[in-house]
Design a protein around this ligand. Structure first.
Ligand code: SIN
Length: 484
């Protein structure tokens, strides 16, 4: 059904201890653009998850002893293979996730870049020599891998979300057990197959497909063999995993929900702000944790921005991600569509105006019209809740203080954006925003070279950059005596 240059990339089993494992229990993976059945995937449970953890632990004993150059070579080869098979990976991804093919290709490139980045960083896991406090002693710090890492990732970036974690873990000398989303397992399985071809030893990376996420989460968090949980997903699930991880005092990385403000000040380049807002809001049909969730626009430029922005949104093309002209695909499922409708109804009931869209798309299914809401009051649920859909609510503010106050009035603190030219304002606002990442005069901030992560209830830890490896390393202090 899926037309691939290399059909052997279409895997439907779990991957445990270097072997593909089928199951008599399966679940169907469907294309959100047309409901087409794509594959039946193995539905594994607690037993297989435990087996995968043990395999990860066994593999860790030898993987941690490899040299940085050996680990880097596998990561580089894997990156090369992803590049070589980009079209097939993108086809699988668009078919099961719905995003436009160009975005799927972009996601493969983004993932490749994380692999190459951490392959290079593997060689820079330096320690320290600390000037001694006692002439008879010497102080050293070395860094060692954390151990087996369990990763759980969502459907919005079926490969990139694990590609932000796995190469960092492997580069550090850790091994991994991964549960991909049940909505989009096929991309991750194809990605795992490329790992096999890259020469990754059996057990170093294990993939468990399941419909029983809570049970697998419990195995991961409660296992004494797993030393770290790395999760990307919602804040409520992150809190649950944190609570469960307390029983074994695991290290955790949590990349959780966001509620990104996108502020347009009166000194902004309005055309640039419109382009930045389109890129940030409508990437992946609005289904990213860093999507602009609230557009806050200063009153003197409110009408100009709203008109230009609505015009640009009207030019977006909704459709099947496989069609070349598509810029906005379907939402992932019915629940996502229902949530968008509830939030729009709530905003309208509070007095928001529908400037564009506001309805399901004629294509049916889970397609929704790109929507612009103006004069949205701050009481609307949209100002507090993650929309995860192609809906742009525009709020009005008058002063810089008010913008900052509204922008920070959320428990989330992942990404935020603002457009301004005044250098004093750029510093003041950047410092005043309570977020892990600030885009100034840009709507796109994601890159492997910079630390990605949030504060407040948006998470713990950072992915990518020179800091990203630390999340997978333990620091050990060695105090050496007996020198004389
Ligand atoms: C996310 O939506 O969680 C991540 C998006 C990105 O890496 O840019």
């Amino acid at each position: 059904m899926l037309k691939l240059s290399d059909p052997t990339l279409l895997k439907t089993e779990s991957f445990i201890n270097g072997e593909w494992r089928s199951s008599s229990q399966t679940y169907a993976v469907k294309n959100p653009a047309n409901g087409q059945h794509l594959a039946d995937v193995a539905n594994h449970g607690v037993e297989e998850a435990q087996e995968a953890v043990e395999a990860g632990y066994d593999a860790y004993k030898s993987w941690k002893k490899t040299t940085a150059a050996e680990r880097a070579a596998v990561l580089m080869k894997w990156a090369d293979l992803m590049e070589q098979h980009r079209e097939d990976l993108a086809t699988i991804m668009t078919s099961e996730q719905g995003k436009p093919l160009a975005e799927a290709r972009g996601e493969i490139n983004y993932s490749v870049a994380f692999f190459r980045w951490f392959a290079e960083e593997a060689r820079r896991i330096y320690g320290d020599v600390i000037p001694t406090h006692n002439p008879a002693l010497r102080n050293l710090v070395i860094k060692q891998p954390v151990g087996v890492v369990a990763a759980i990732t969502p459907w919005n970036f079926p490969i990139a979300m694990v590609a932000k974690k796995l190469p960092a873990a492997l580069a550090a000398g850790c091994t991994m057990v991964w549960k991909p989303s049940e909505e989009t397992p096929l991309s991750g399985l194809a990605f795992a197959e490329l790992g096999v071809r890259a020469g990754l030893p059996g057990g170093a990376f294990n993939v468990i497909n399941t419909l029983d996420a809570p049970a697998i989460g419990k195995v991961f968090t409660e296992s004494e063999l797993v030393r770290k949980i790395s999760f990307t997903g919602s804040t409520p699930v992150g809190k649950l995993l944190l609570r469960q991880s307390a029983s074994t005092v695991k290290k955790v990385s949590m990349e959780l929900g966001g509620n990104a403000p996108f502020i347009v000040f009166d000194d902004a380049d309005i055309d640039a702000a419109v382009s930045g807002a389109i890129a940030s809001k409508f990437r992946n049909a609005g289904q990213t944790c860093v999507c602009a969730n609230r557009l806050l626009v200063q009153e003197s430029v409110y009408d100009e921005f709203s008109e230009k922005f609505s015009k640009a949104v009207a030019e977006l093309h909704v459709g099947d991600g496989m069609a070349a002209e598509t810029t906005v695909g379907p939402l992932i499922n019915q629940a996502a569509l229902d949530k968008v409708e509830v939030l729009i109804d709530d905003a309208v009931s509070h007095g928001a105006q529908v400037a564009l869209g506001g309805n399901r798309h004629d294509l049916g299914g889970t397609f929704y019209q790109p929507t612009v809401l103006t004069e949205v009051p701050f009481e609307a649920r949209l100002s507090r809740e993650e929309i995860f859909g192609p809906v742009a609510p525009i709020f009005r503010f008058s002063t810089e203080e008010e913008a900052l106050e509204q922008a920070n009035a959320t428990e989330y603190g992942l990404a935020c954006y603002f457009y301004a030219r005044d250098i004093g304002r750029i510093w003041r606002v950047s410092e005043g925003l309570e977020y892990g990442m600030v885009g100034v005069n840009t709507g796109m901030i994601s890159t492997p070279v910079a630390p990605f992560g949030g504060i407040k209830e948006s998470g713990l830890g950072r992915e990518g950059s020179k800091y990203g490896l630390d999340d997978y390393l333990e620091m050990k202090f060695m105090c050496i005596g007996g020198i004389d």
